[in-house]
Write a protein that binds this ligand. Structure first.
Ligand SMILES: [Zn+2]
Length: 420
């Protein structure tokens, strides 16, 4: 209650992700209040109206009140793209890249994605679960309440399943919501070098059926790009996912352009990165509900000059989301405010567009918009409370954490020690 700016981001009965001018509508209530019961939102409005509510008058002593005077409250961030299952930071990559080393030079110095793969293959499930849980807690401390978490550093049937089990174990110890994704098709592992088709068969015939049968993943993801998997291989993997009842999403157009139209028949939840989008794909994307998830943390950390063309996509009506891409190689950040700040300064998104992209459209990108991403009666009581007076300060104070507290399922979430 007494919220200086309550960003409801409500859209009533919207049935599709926000696009164009809709991204700017934050539904701000000044001096706002939210009433929650049993982990759900019951009513939203002005504090003075909430205090007149007959139910609240009668039950006020039983209710926990959080005074948010001078603060901004909004639906918890939905971080719809993360790779949290890894053991160690990739410091060799970091230092060598600064020195100007090539991808091959980094790999031969013991860095690159292979070093993460070796770490995950050797690690026990509990070790991995501990790493994921530590990340989830850090994310919550920065306002995130829903997280998509991918496997993808195991690249064997056994270690991909172990990674998904670690995600499940960590999720069971965290009050927020975790959406697990199988990213067996991250890169072709070294034992399949030159035989990528054989590895794709392993993904399609072993990993996907096992993940589906054991309900370890909701989505199947593919890194479809130069040096990773081809469009044909991606279609094969999408077909296997559909056969086993899993939805699909993909890393697309990060390094090189891929024609996206043929994939729309699979109804992907999102295409992620989207740095190099084919002009002819923009109009079809604007007609579909596949979200373009932009990950400027990767561009920042790789020291790239160019960022994903957010303005072009938004102005054409393509629904856009923002996420951290938390991973040890190219985007070691858990901060959605940092992703928003980069979106504003580097991609020219307005602070309002960045907020909507980091909340409601992230929820659409994970297909949880019926319960996440806005503050409306009936939705989950997940909020971020920021110690700022105006929402524009969230991306403005870059590099600082202004998150005062996070409410998850109606309860204040406090950071604690990682214990499984
Ligand atoms: Zn990624």
């Amino acid at each position: 209650m007494n919220v200086n700016q309550l960003l409801t981001i409500s859209a009533g009965s919207a049935t599709r992700p926000r696009r164009g001018l809709e991204l700017k509508e934050l539904g701000i209530i000044e001096d706002g209040a939210v009433l929650c019961l049993g982990g759900k939102i019951v009513s939203v409005g002005k504090t003075k109206d909430a205090l007149r509510d007959p139910w609240l008058k009668k039950n006020r002593k039983k209710v926990t009140e959080i005074d948010c005077v001078g603060k901004v409250v909004f639906p918890g961030f939905v971080d719809s793209h993360t790779h949290p299952v890894f053991v160690r930071p990739r410091l060799v990559d970091f230092e060598k890249r600064i020195e100007g080393a090539s991808y091959e030079e980094i790999a031969s110095a013991g860095g690159g994605i292979r070093s993460s793969v070796d770490g995950v293959r050797r690690a026990g499930k509990r070790t991995l679960a501990g790493k994921v849980l530590a990340a989830l807690r850090e994310m919550a401390a920065q306002g995130t309440t829903t997280v998509e978490a991918k496997s993808g550093y195991g690249l064997t049937v056994e270690s991909e399943m172990k990674s998904l089990e670690a995600i499940r174990e960590a999720a069971s110890c965290w009050p927020g919501t975790v959406i697990p994704t199988l990213l067996g098709a991250h890169v072709v592992p070294k034992e399949f070098q030159g035989r990528s088709q054989k590895y794709v068969e392993t993904v399609c015939r072993k990993m996907i059926p096992q993940a589906a049968q054991r309900k370890l993943a909701q989505f199947v993801d593919v890194f479809c790009d130069h040096g990773a998997f081809t469009s044909e291989e991606t279609e094969q993997i999408f077909e296997a996912a559909a056969l086993h009842g899993l939805s699909v999403r993909a890393h697309m157009c990060q390094l090189a352009e891929t024609v996206l139209r043929p994939f729309l028949r699979f109804n992907p939840a999102s295409f992620d990165h989207m740095d190099h989008v084919n002009e002819d794909d923009i109009a079809p994307l604007a007609r579909h509900d596949t979200v373009a998830t932009l990950l400027p943390g990767a561009n920042y950390f790789l020291g790239l000059k160019d960022y994903p063309p957010a303005r072009k996509l938004i102005d054409a009506g393509v629904p856009v989301a923002l996420a951290t891409d938390y991973n040890p190689g190219t985007s070691p950040t858990m901060s959605m405010p940092m992703a928003m700040s980069l979106a504003c300064t580097q991609m020219k998104m307005s602070p309002a567009e960045a907020i909507a992209a980091a909340t409601i459209n992230g929820a659409w990108a994970l297909r949880v918009a019926d319960r996440k991403g806005s503050i409306e009666p009936g939705k989950d009581a997940d909020f971020a409370v920021f110690a700022v007076e105006d929402y524009r300060e969230i991306p403005y104070w870059f590099g600082a954490n202004r998150c005062d507290l996070t409410v998850i399922a109606g309860a204040v979430s406090k950071p604690g020690p990682v214990r499984l």
